[in-house]
Design a protein around this ligand. Sequence first.
Ligand SMILES: Nc1ncnc2c1ncn2[C@@H]1O[C@H](COP(=O)(O)OP(=O)(O)O)[C@@H](O)[C@H]1O
Ligand code: SF4
Ligand SMILES: [Mg+2]
Length: 400
Amino acid sequence: MDAVTTPTATQENRSTVPAENGRPLLEVEDLQMYFPVKSSGVIRRTIGHVQAVDGVSFQLGAGQSLGLVGESGCGKSTTGRLITRLYEPTGGAVRFEGEDITAYSAKRLQPLRREIQMIFQDPYTSLNPRHTVGSIVGAPLAIHNVVPKNKILARVQELLEIVGLNPEHYNRYPHEFSGGQRQRIGIARALTLQPKLLVADEPVSALDVSIQAQVINLLQDLQKEFGIAFLFIAHDLAVVRHFCPEVAVMYLGKIVEIADRESLYDRPAHPYSQALLSAVPDVRQAAIGGRRERIRLTGDVPSPINPPSGCRFRTRCPIAQEICAKVEPPLLQIGPRHKVACHFPGELGKQPDKPITARMLGVDDNGTPDPGAEPVADLGNRPGYGDTWFDLTNKTIVHG
Ligand SMILES: Nc1ncnc2c1ncn2[C@@H]1O[C@H](COP(=O)(O)OP(=O)(O)O)[C@@H](O)[C@H]1O
Ligand code: SF4
Ligand SMILES: [Mg+2]
Protein backbone atom coordinates (compact mmCIF):
# COMPACT_ATOMS: atom_id res chain seq x y z
CA MET A 1 0.00 0.00 0.00
CA ASP A 2 1.17 3.48 -0.72
CA ALA A 3 1.79 4.73 2.73
CA VAL A 4 2.27 8.38 1.95
CA THR A 5 0.24 9.56 -0.96
CA THR A 6 -2.95 7.70 -0.11
CA PRO A 7 -4.45 8.86 3.16
CA THR A 8 -5.94 5.83 4.85
CA ALA A 9 -9.40 5.69 6.31
CA THR A 10 -8.04 6.31 9.79
CA GLN A 11 -6.15 9.35 8.57
CA GLU A 12 -9.35 10.71 7.07
CA ASN A 13 -11.08 10.16 10.37
CA ARG A 14 -8.36 11.80 12.35
CA SER A 15 -9.28 15.26 11.18
CA THR A 16 -12.89 14.98 12.27
CA VAL A 17 -12.69 12.85 15.39
CA PRO A 18 -10.85 14.66 18.17
CA ALA A 19 -9.28 11.49 19.49
CA GLU A 20 -9.02 7.94 18.38
CA ASN A 21 -9.71 6.44 21.77
CA GLY A 22 -11.82 9.18 23.31
CA ARG A 23 -8.70 10.96 24.52
CA PRO A 24 -6.83 13.76 22.83
CA LEU A 25 -3.88 12.78 20.65
CA LEU A 26 -1.54 14.86 22.78
CA GLU A 27 -2.01 15.99 26.33
CA VAL A 28 0.52 18.03 28.21
CA GLU A 29 -0.01 18.57 31.91
CA ASP A 30 1.87 20.93 34.19
CA LEU A 31 4.98 20.52 32.07
CA GLN A 32 8.16 21.87 33.57
CA MET A 33 11.73 22.20 32.33
CA TYR A 34 14.36 23.71 34.59
CA PHE A 35 17.86 23.85 33.11
CA PRO A 36 20.60 23.94 35.75
CA VAL A 37 22.90 26.97 35.80
CA LYS A 38 26.44 26.01 36.82
CA SER A 39 29.06 28.13 38.53
CA SER A 40 32.35 28.70 36.75
CA GLY A 41 35.55 27.21 38.11
CA VAL A 42 36.79 23.69 38.62
CA ILE A 43 33.98 22.43 40.81
CA ARG A 44 30.91 23.43 38.89
CA ARG A 45 28.03 23.70 41.30
CA THR A 46 24.43 24.24 40.35
CA ILE A 47 23.75 27.81 41.41
CA GLY A 48 20.27 28.21 39.98
CA HIS A 49 17.86 27.10 37.29
CA VAL A 50 16.55 28.54 34.06
CA GLN A 51 12.82 28.08 34.45
CA ALA A 52 12.33 27.66 30.72
CA VAL A 53 8.92 25.97 30.93
CA ASP A 54 6.95 26.14 34.13
CA GLY A 55 3.52 24.55 34.41
CA VAL A 56 2.36 24.35 30.80
CA SER A 57 -0.84 22.39 30.11
CA PHE A 58 -2.82 21.91 26.91
CA GLN A 59 -4.50 19.33 24.72
CA LEU A 60 -4.32 18.72 21.02
CA GLY A 61 -6.87 16.59 19.19
CA ALA A 62 -5.92 14.31 16.31
CA GLY A 63 -5.70 16.26 13.06
CA GLN A 64 -6.05 19.60 14.88
CA SER A 65 -3.60 22.46 15.09
CA LEU A 66 -2.60 24.57 18.03
CA GLY A 67 -0.46 27.69 17.72
CA LEU A 68 2.11 28.46 20.40
CA VAL A 69 3.15 32.09 20.38
CA GLY A 70 5.38 34.37 22.43
CA GLU A 71 8.55 36.46 22.34
CA SER A 72 11.92 34.87 21.89
CA GLY A 73 13.09 33.06 25.04
CA CYS A 74 9.62 32.38 26.49
CA GLY A 75 10.02 28.60 26.27
CA LYS A 76 8.34 27.64 22.98
CA SER A 77 11.17 25.55 21.55
CA THR A 78 11.75 23.88 24.90
CA THR A 79 8.06 22.93 25.01
CA GLY A 80 8.36 21.47 21.50
CA ARG A 81 11.46 19.52 22.45
CA LEU A 82 9.78 18.15 25.57
CA ILE A 83 6.85 16.90 23.52
CA THR A 84 9.12 15.23 20.99
CA ARG A 85 11.04 13.93 24.01
CA LEU A 86 14.33 15.40 22.85
CA TYR A 87 14.40 16.52 26.50
CA GLU A 88 13.14 14.73 29.55
CA PRO A 89 10.96 17.10 31.58
CA THR A 90 11.79 18.19 35.11
CA GLY A 91 8.15 17.78 36.03
CA GLY A 92 4.68 17.23 34.64
CA ALA A 93 3.46 14.78 32.04
CA VAL A 94 3.32 14.28 28.28
CA ARG A 95 0.64 11.86 27.14
CA PHE A 96 0.42 10.64 23.56
CA GLU A 97 -2.73 8.72 22.60
CA GLY A 98 -3.42 8.36 26.31
CA GLU A 99 -0.02 6.82 27.07
CA ASP A 100 2.17 8.63 29.54
CA ILE A 101 5.45 8.90 27.61
CA THR A 102 7.12 11.29 30.06
CA ALA A 103 9.63 8.83 31.41
CA TYR A 104 9.92 6.48 28.43
CA SER A 105 13.40 5.11 27.82
CA ALA A 106 15.09 5.65 24.45
CA LYS A 107 14.09 2.11 23.50
CA ARG A 108 10.42 2.59 24.32
CA LEU A 109 10.47 5.92 22.51
CA GLN A 110 11.73 4.33 19.30
CA PRO A 111 8.31 3.46 17.81
CA LEU A 112 7.00 6.89 18.87
CA ARG A 113 9.74 8.60 16.91
CA ARG A 114 7.75 7.64 13.84
CA GLU A 115 4.56 9.21 15.12
CA ILE A 116 5.91 12.52 16.37
CA GLN A 117 8.14 14.56 14.08
CA MET A 118 9.63 18.03 14.25
CA ILE A 119 10.30 20.69 11.63
CA PHE A 120 12.96 23.17 12.64
CA GLN A 121 13.26 26.88 12.13
CA ASP A 122 16.50 26.96 10.26
CA PRO A 123 16.50 25.05 6.98
CA TYR A 124 20.22 25.84 6.63
CA THR A 125 21.48 24.07 9.71
CA SER A 126 18.91 21.30 10.09
CA LEU A 127 19.98 19.49 6.90
CA ASN A 128 23.32 17.70 6.69
CA PRO A 129 25.22 19.50 3.90
CA ARG A 130 27.18 16.36 2.97
CA HIS A 131 24.15 14.21 2.28
CA THR A 132 22.03 14.26 -0.84
CA VAL A 133 18.41 15.18 -0.56
CA GLY A 134 17.55 11.60 -1.38
CA SER A 135 19.47 10.20 1.55
CA ILE A 136 18.19 12.91 3.91
CA VAL A 137 14.55 12.24 3.06
CA GLY A 138 15.02 8.49 2.73
CA ALA A 139 17.06 7.94 5.91
CA PRO A 140 14.07 7.48 8.24
CA LEU A 141 12.66 4.83 5.86
CA ALA A 142 15.88 2.85 6.02
CA ILE A 143 16.34 3.27 9.79
CA HIS A 144 12.82 2.20 10.64
CA ASN A 145 12.87 -0.47 7.99
CA VAL A 146 9.43 0.44 6.69
CA VAL A 147 9.94 -0.10 2.97
CA PRO A 148 12.20 -2.51 1.10
CA LYS A 149 15.52 -0.95 0.06
CA ASN A 150 14.68 -1.03 -3.63
CA LYS A 151 11.49 0.99 -3.03
CA ILE A 152 13.11 3.81 -1.08
CA LEU A 153 14.04 5.93 -4.09
CA ALA A 154 10.51 5.79 -5.49
CA ARG A 155 9.11 6.83 -2.12
CA VAL A 156 11.60 9.67 -1.79
CA GLN A 157 10.64 10.97 -5.22
CA GLU A 158 6.99 10.78 -4.27
CA LEU A 159 7.67 12.78 -1.13
CA LEU A 160 9.63 15.40 -3.04
CA GLU A 161 6.72 15.79 -5.39
CA ILE A 162 4.25 16.10 -2.51
CA VAL A 163 6.20 19.03 -1.06
CA GLY A 164 6.47 20.71 -4.44
CA LEU A 165 10.06 19.85 -5.38
CA ASN A 166 11.32 18.30 -8.57
CA PRO A 167 11.53 14.54 -7.90
CA GLU A 168 14.51 14.31 -10.25
CA HIS A 169 16.55 16.46 -7.87
CA TYR A 170 17.00 13.70 -5.27
CA ASN A 171 20.71 13.53 -6.06
CA ARG A 172 21.42 17.16 -5.30
CA TYR A 173 22.84 18.59 -2.09
CA PRO A 174 21.08 21.01 0.28
CA HIS A 175 23.26 23.97 -0.79
CA GLU A 176 21.88 23.68 -4.32
CA PHE A 177 18.43 24.70 -3.06
CA SER A 178 16.97 28.02 -1.94
CA GLY A 179 15.83 28.62 1.67
CA GLY A 180 12.20 27.90 0.89
CA GLN A 181 13.13 24.75 -0.99
CA ARG A 182 15.31 23.57 1.88
CA GLN A 183 12.42 24.00 4.27
CA ARG A 184 10.39 21.84 1.85
CA ILE A 185 13.11 19.20 2.13
CA GLY A 186 12.81 19.38 5.93
CA ILE A 187 9.06 18.96 5.61
CA ALA A 188 9.46 15.97 3.27
CA ARG A 189 11.82 14.38 5.80
CA ALA A 190 9.29 14.96 8.60
CA LEU A 191 6.53 13.39 6.49
CA THR A 192 8.52 10.30 5.55
CA LEU A 193 7.18 8.15 8.37
CA GLN A 194 3.59 9.44 8.24
CA PRO A 195 3.59 11.10 11.63
CA LYS A 196 0.40 11.75 13.57
CA LEU A 197 1.88 14.86 15.17
CA LEU A 198 4.20 17.47 13.71
CA VAL A 199 5.86 20.02 15.96
CA ALA A 200 6.77 22.87 13.64
CA ASP A 201 9.17 25.20 15.45
CA GLU A 202 8.99 28.57 13.67
CA PRO A 203 9.09 26.81 10.31
CA VAL A 204 8.90 30.02 8.29
CA SER A 205 10.67 32.55 10.52
CA ALA A 206 13.98 32.25 8.66
CA LEU A 207 12.39 32.60 5.22
CA ASP A 208 11.72 35.64 3.07
CA VAL A 209 8.25 37.03 3.59
CA SER A 210 7.37 36.21 -0.01
CA ILE A 211 8.20 32.54 0.57
CA GLN A 212 6.55 32.25 4.00
CA ALA A 213 3.01 32.10 2.65
CA GLN A 214 3.93 29.36 0.17
CA VAL A 215 5.41 27.17 2.89
CA ILE A 216 2.44 27.79 5.21
CA ASN A 217 0.06 26.89 2.39
CA LEU A 218 1.99 23.70 1.79
CA LEU A 219 1.79 22.77 5.49
CA GLN A 220 -1.91 23.51 5.52
CA ASP A 221 -2.52 21.33 2.45
CA LEU A 222 -0.53 18.50 3.99
CA GLN A 223 -2.43 18.77 7.21
CA LYS A 224 -5.76 18.52 5.42
CA GLU A 225 -4.65 15.71 3.18
CA PHE A 226 -3.04 13.52 5.80
CA GLY A 227 -4.92 14.60 8.95
CA ILE A 228 -1.71 15.41 10.80
CA ALA A 229 -1.98 17.26 14.11
CA PHE A 230 0.24 20.35 14.33
CA LEU A 231 1.82 22.22 17.16
CA PHE A 232 2.76 25.35 15.27
CA ILE A 233 5.29 27.52 17.08
CA ALA A 234 5.70 31.16 16.04
CA HIS A 235 6.87 34.38 17.62
CA ASP A 236 4.02 36.49 16.36
CA LEU A 237 0.29 36.09 16.21
CA ALA A 238 -0.04 36.97 12.53
CA VAL A 239 1.61 33.76 11.30
CA VAL A 240 -0.56 31.30 13.22
CA ARG A 241 -3.81 33.14 12.62
CA HIS A 242 -4.76 31.37 9.41
CA PHE A 243 -3.26 28.06 10.36
CA CYS A 244 -4.48 27.42 13.87
CA PRO A 245 -8.08 27.35 15.13
CA GLU A 246 -6.67 27.43 18.66
CA VAL A 247 -3.78 29.51 19.97
CA ALA A 248 -1.79 29.63 23.23
CA VAL A 249 0.21 32.70 24.22
CA MET A 250 3.31 32.09 26.34
CA TYR A 251 5.25 34.48 28.52
CA LEU A 252 8.34 33.52 30.54
CA GLY A 253 7.66 29.80 30.61
CA LYS A 254 3.91 29.92 31.19
CA ILE A 255 0.75 30.00 29.12
CA VAL A 256 -0.94 33.32 29.87
CA GLU A 257 -3.89 32.90 27.53
CA ILE A 258 -5.25 30.04 25.44
CA ALA A 259 -8.39 30.18 23.35
CA ASP A 260 -10.10 29.41 20.11
CA ARG A 261 -9.07 31.78 17.36
CA GLU A 262 -12.17 33.98 17.45
CA SER A 263 -12.03 34.55 21.21
CA LEU A 264 -8.31 35.28 21.21
CA TYR A 265 -8.18 37.60 18.20
CA ASP A 266 -11.50 39.37 18.84
CA ARG A 267 -11.56 39.48 22.64
CA PRO A 268 -8.05 39.03 24.03
CA ALA A 269 -8.33 39.24 27.82
CA HIS A 270 -4.66 39.27 28.88
CA PRO A 271 -2.66 42.52 28.69
CA TYR A 272 0.23 40.64 27.06
CA SER A 273 -1.97 39.15 24.31
CA GLN A 274 -3.41 42.62 23.74
CA ALA A 275 0.08 44.03 23.30
CA LEU A 276 1.06 41.26 20.88
CA LEU A 277 -2.15 41.70 18.92
CA SER A 278 -1.70 45.43 18.64
CA ALA A 279 1.33 44.62 16.47
CA VAL A 280 -0.79 42.62 13.98
CA PRO A 281 -1.93 45.20 11.44
CA ASP A 282 -5.05 43.51 10.09
CA VAL A 283 -6.62 42.43 13.35
CA ARG A 284 -9.90 44.18 13.94
CA GLN A 285 -9.26 47.34 15.91
CA ALA A 286 -12.10 46.38 18.25
CA ALA A 287 -9.83 43.69 19.58
CA ILE A 288 -7.53 46.28 21.06
CA GLY A 289 -10.09 48.77 22.27
CA GLY A 290 -10.36 50.89 19.14
CA ARG A 291 -6.75 51.92 19.40
CA ARG A 292 -4.86 52.59 16.26
CA GLU A 293 -1.42 52.69 17.75
CA ARG A 294 0.63 49.77 18.83
CA ILE A 295 0.84 49.03 22.56
CA ARG A 296 4.52 49.25 23.30
CA LEU A 297 5.69 47.16 26.20
CA THR A 298 8.30 48.88 28.30
CA GLY A 299 11.25 47.17 29.93
CA ASP A 300 13.01 43.97 29.02
CA VAL A 301 11.76 40.43 29.43
CA PRO A 302 12.97 39.44 32.93
CA SER A 303 15.40 36.57 33.34
CA PRO A 304 13.83 33.12 33.58
CA ILE A 305 16.49 32.32 36.19
CA ASN A 306 14.87 34.71 38.62
CA PRO A 307 11.37 35.47 37.34
CA PRO A 308 9.19 38.10 39.05
CA SER A 309 7.07 36.94 41.98
CA GLY A 310 3.31 36.54 41.52
CA CYS A 311 2.45 37.29 37.90
CA ARG A 312 5.56 37.01 35.73
CA PHE A 313 4.27 39.74 33.42
CA ARG A 314 3.84 42.30 36.18
CA THR A 315 7.12 44.18 35.54
CA ARG A 316 5.86 45.12 32.07
CA CYS A 317 2.13 45.16 32.64
CA PRO A 318 0.40 48.53 32.22
CA ILE A 319 -2.37 47.64 34.72
CA ALA A 320 -0.46 45.74 37.43
CA GLN A 321 -1.60 46.21 41.04
CA GLU A 322 -0.41 45.08 44.45
CA ILE A 323 -1.91 41.59 44.25
CA CYS A 324 0.03 40.90 41.03
CA ALA A 325 3.35 40.87 42.90
CA LYS A 326 2.07 38.62 45.67
CA VAL A 327 -0.09 35.95 44.10
CA GLU A 328 0.26 34.09 40.85
CA PRO A 329 -2.92 34.33 38.75
CA PRO A 330 -4.42 30.92 37.89
CA LEU A 331 -5.18 30.04 34.27
CA LEU A 332 -8.89 30.61 34.69
CA GLN A 333 -11.51 29.52 32.18
CA ILE A 334 -13.57 32.54 31.05
CA GLY A 335 -15.46 31.07 28.10
CA PRO A 336 -16.30 27.71 26.51
CA ARG A 337 -12.84 27.61 24.95
CA HIS A 338 -10.97 30.49 26.53
CA LYS A 339 -8.60 30.59 29.51
CA VAL A 340 -6.57 33.49 30.85
CA ALA A 341 -4.04 33.91 33.66
CA CYS A 342 -4.63 37.43 34.97
CA HIS A 343 -6.16 38.91 38.12
CA PHE A 344 -7.78 41.68 36.04
CA PRO A 345 -8.72 40.05 32.75
CA GLY A 346 -10.88 41.78 30.19
CA GLU A 347 -10.97 43.67 26.95
CA LEU A 348 -8.69 46.66 26.81
CA GLY A 349 -10.20 49.54 28.76
CA LYS A 350 -12.87 47.26 30.26
CA GLN A 351 -10.77 45.44 32.81
CA PRO A 352 -12.34 45.03 36.27
CA ASP A 353 -11.29 47.42 39.06
CA LYS A 354 -10.92 44.59 41.53
CA PRO A 355 -9.14 41.28 41.04
CA ILE A 356 -11.70 38.67 40.00
CA THR A 357 -9.47 35.93 41.35
CA ALA A 358 -9.00 37.13 44.94
CA ARG A 359 -11.86 35.24 46.57
CA MET A 360 -11.14 32.02 44.75
CA LEU A 361 -7.53 32.25 45.88
CA GLY A 362 -8.40 33.03 49.50
CA VAL A 363 -6.81 36.49 49.53
CA ASP A 364 -8.11 40.04 49.79
CA ASP A 365 -7.96 42.51 46.90
CA ASN A 366 -4.37 43.36 47.75
CA GLY A 367 -3.31 39.74 47.76
CA THR A 368 -3.01 39.37 51.53
CA PRO A 369 -4.25 36.00 52.81
CA ASP A 370 -7.80 36.36 54.08
CA PRO A 371 -8.43 34.06 57.07
CA GLY A 372 -12.22 34.09 56.52
CA ALA A 373 -12.03 33.14 52.83
CA GLU A 374 -12.65 29.71 51.38
CA PRO A 375 -10.31 29.33 48.47
CA VAL A 376 -11.38 27.14 45.58
CA ALA A 377 -9.39 23.97 46.01
CA ASP A 378 -9.22 22.93 42.41
CA LEU A 379 -8.14 25.90 40.34
CA GLY A 380 -5.73 23.38 38.89
CA ASN A 381 -3.67 23.58 35.82
CA ARG A 382 -5.61 20.97 33.87
CA PRO A 383 -5.22 20.58 30.13
CA GLY A 384 -8.27 21.27 27.98
CA TYR A 385 -11.50 23.04 28.86
CA GLY A 386 -14.24 22.26 31.38
CA ASP A 387 -18.04 22.67 31.23
CA THR A 388 -18.10 25.64 33.59
CA TRP A 389 -16.38 28.97 33.42
CA PHE A 390 -16.27 32.40 34.96
CA ASP A 391 -18.29 34.90 32.96
CA LEU A 392 -16.42 38.22 32.94
CA THR A 393 -19.46 40.35 32.15
CA ASN A 394 -21.77 39.08 34.86
CA LYS A 395 -19.05 37.94 37.26
CA THR A 396 -20.76 34.61 37.73
CA ILE A 397 -19.99 30.97 37.12
CA VAL A 398 -21.66 29.72 33.95
CA HIS A 399 -22.48 26.09 33.22
CA GLY A 400 -22.09 25.47 29.50
N1 LIG B 1 19.66 23.65 26.72
C1 LIG B 1 19.45 24.75 27.46
N2 LIG B 1 20.19 25.00 28.57
C2 LIG B 1 19.97 26.13 29.30
N3 LIG B 1 19.04 27.05 29.04
C3 LIG B 1 18.28 26.85 27.94
C4 LIG B 1 18.44 25.70 27.09
N4 LIG B 1 17.53 25.79 26.08
C5 LIG B 1 16.84 26.92 26.28
N5 LIG B 1 17.28 27.57 27.40
C6 LIG B 1 16.74 28.82 27.96
O1 LIG B 1 15.39 28.59 28.22
C7 LIG B 1 14.61 29.74 27.89
C8 LIG B 1 13.57 29.34 26.86
O2 LIG B 1 14.22 29.06 25.64
P1 LIG B 1 13.46 28.57 24.34
O3 LIG B 1 12.58 27.43 24.69
O4 LIG B 1 14.47 28.34 23.28
O5 LIG B 1 12.57 29.82 23.97
P2 LIG B 1 11.87 30.25 22.60
O6 LIG B 1 11.85 29.08 21.70
O7 LIG B 1 10.51 30.72 23.03
O8 LIG B 1 12.67 31.39 22.06
C9 LIG B 1 15.60 30.78 27.41
O9 LIG B 1 15.92 31.61 28.50
C10 LIG B 1 16.79 29.98 26.97
O10 LIG B 1 17.97 30.72 27.13
S1 SF4 C 1 -2.10 39.55 36.83
FE1 SF4 C 1 -1.63 41.69 37.12
S2 SF4 C 1 0.41 41.97 36.27
FE2 SF4 C 1 -0.36 40.02 35.54
S3 SF4 C 1 -1.23 40.50 33.57
FE3 SF4 C 1 -2.89 40.61 35.04
S4 SF4 C 1 -2.96 42.74 35.69
FE4 SF4 C 1 -1.00 42.44 34.64
MG1 LIG D 1 12.62 28.92 19.76
